[in-house]
Design a protein around this ligand. Structure first.
Ligand code: NI
Length: 169
């Protein structure tokens, strides 16, 4: 296993819809192991494959730091099949360092996909796990959490980002 580099905003690969996985082979499993290690090293509660530069529908999530009962989740080709309710909470992303914002998301979610061996799985979640699932599936569709902010917040974010980038040189 190895820690991979996390691609940061505004890299283009983060904006592209990822490709469906057709084979849960050893190469895919190596990618998944690296993603898990990269997520824990960051540390973060979730990671999508395009955040390490691989355009594949793979995500890993582990919210156990804040919700003990929640296991490590590996999802291949995940799809949201049901959304329910609405809740606001603070959200951030490993690809957008040093920035968080309060965002409205569905409160409950049902997701279908495959596990790392290609076996179908279905996950029903609420709370932080529901938010992480929506966030990572957004990633796989080329959507970042900052895209879901209101227009004015988005303008502020872009200005602040441009300024920090200038200061960093
Ligand atoms: Ni993210």
């Amino acid at each position: 296993m190895s820690v991979r580099e996390i691609i940061k905003y505004p890299e283009k690969v983060l904006r592209e819809k990822t490709l469906r996985v057709t084979d849960c082979d050893s190469k895919l499993n190596k990618l998944i192991d690296d993603m898990i290690e990269t997520m824990y090293a960051a540390p973060g509660v979730g990671l999508a494959a395009n955040q390490v530069g691989v355009s594949k529908q793979v995500a890993v999530i582990d919210v156990s730091a804040r919700d003990e009962k929640s296991p490590l989740i590996v999802l291949v080709n995940p799809e949201i099949v049901h959304l329910e309710g609405e809740v606001e909470a603070e959200e951030g992303c490993l690809s957008v360092p040093d920035y968080t914002t309060v965002l409205k998301r569905a409160m409950k979610v049902c997701v279908k996909g495959l596990d790392r061996n290609g076996k179908p799985v279905e996950i029903e979640a609420e709370g932080l796990l529901a938010r992480a699932l929506q966030h990572e599936i957004d990633h796989l569709n080329g959507i970042l959490f900052v895209d879901r902010m209101g227009r004015i917040k988005k303008e502020f974010f872009k200005k602040r980002y441009a300024r920090e980038k200038m200061l960093r040189g």
